[in-house]
Ligand binder design. Structure first.
Ligand code: SF4
Length: 104
């Protein structure tokens, strides 16, 4: 993985800021171990293709994405999705929750 203790949106390391070691065990199988972390935090407008290519073959992609969604990671590529793509997932989930609540 690019780094097990990657920088989150608050500038703190997940190891310090979010969850315990059990919650982050998936990171040990990350495809981005040893990959340049900067690849996953491209400048605005820069390509995300290389990072997403690393994520495509990652066994823990789902866990990575859930971690980012759960902890509100605002920056970088997590689980193969950009910030914008994760916002879309969060909106869709919120809408689904609302719809379920209305039909319950
Ligand atoms: S999905 Fe991508 S960012 Fe997440 S652990 Fe796998 S390779 Fe790393």
């Amino acid at each position: 993985m690019r780094e097990i203790v990657r920088t989150d949106s608050l500038g703190a390391r997940p190891a310090d800021a979010n969850g315990g070691p059990e919650e982050r065990r998936w990171q040990e199988q990350a495809n981005c171990l040893g990959v340049d972390p900067d690849l996953f935090f491209p400048e605005r407008g820069a390509s995300t293709k290389e990072a997403k290519a690393v994520c495509r073959g990652c066994e823990v992609r789902a866990e990575c994405l859930e971690y980012a969604l759960t902890h509100g990671e605002k920056f970088g590529i997590w689980g193969g999705l950009s910030e914008r793509e994760r916002r879309r997932v969060r909106r869709q989930r919120a809408l689904e929750r609302q719809r379920r609540a209305l039909t319950a």
